[in-house]
Design a protein around this ligand. Structure first.
Ligand code: HEC
Length: 107
């Protein structure tokens, strides 16, 4: 399920917006757009459900997102980091979210 919608997102990134919009009922979240713009280039989707994950919980996932945006020199705000971590968590990791400080999922 998550895998299928991810493939649709990847198609969308290849410039096939019309097709993607016909297939997906929801508009991509901000975190999803940030991720597919800046991060997907050297990730495969498999990175996020491989056996030996670096991220072990929500805080660890956010730390990884923060680290990678720093590596890429993006200068993301805390909100950007949270949005992307939330997107990855919803799509792949499914960690219990303890400390968002905001309700991104309700957007
Ligand atoms: C230069 C290529 C590259 C870019 C750009 C990049 N990543 Fe990564 N990322 C990797 C590689 C390679 C790994 C695996 C590292 C390892 O196994 O030690 C990784 C691992 C991760 C992980 C941990 C996955 C796990 O094991 O649970 C997260 C989360 C992550 N990246 C998020 C991001 C985000 C968010 C961005 C965009 C800001 C980003 N990455 C951009 C190459 C990249």
């Amino acid at each position: 399920m998550a895998k299928n919608s991810f493939i649709i997102v990847m198609l969308a990134c290849l410039g096939n917006w019309g097709f993607a919009q016909a297939q997906t009922p929801t508009v991509p979240s901000r975190g999803e757009l940030l991720y597919s713009t800046h991060c997907i280039a050297c990730h495969t989707t498999q990175l996020h459900w491989r056996d030996k994950q670096l991220a072990q919980n929500w805080v660890g996932l956010k730390a990884e997102v923060r680290r990678w945006q720093g590596t890429s020199g993006l200068g993301w705000s805390e909100e950007d980091v949270t949005d992307v971590a939330m997107y990855l968590n919803t799509s792949f990791y499914q960690f219990p979210v303890a400390d968002t400080g905001r309700i991104s999922m309700m957007k």
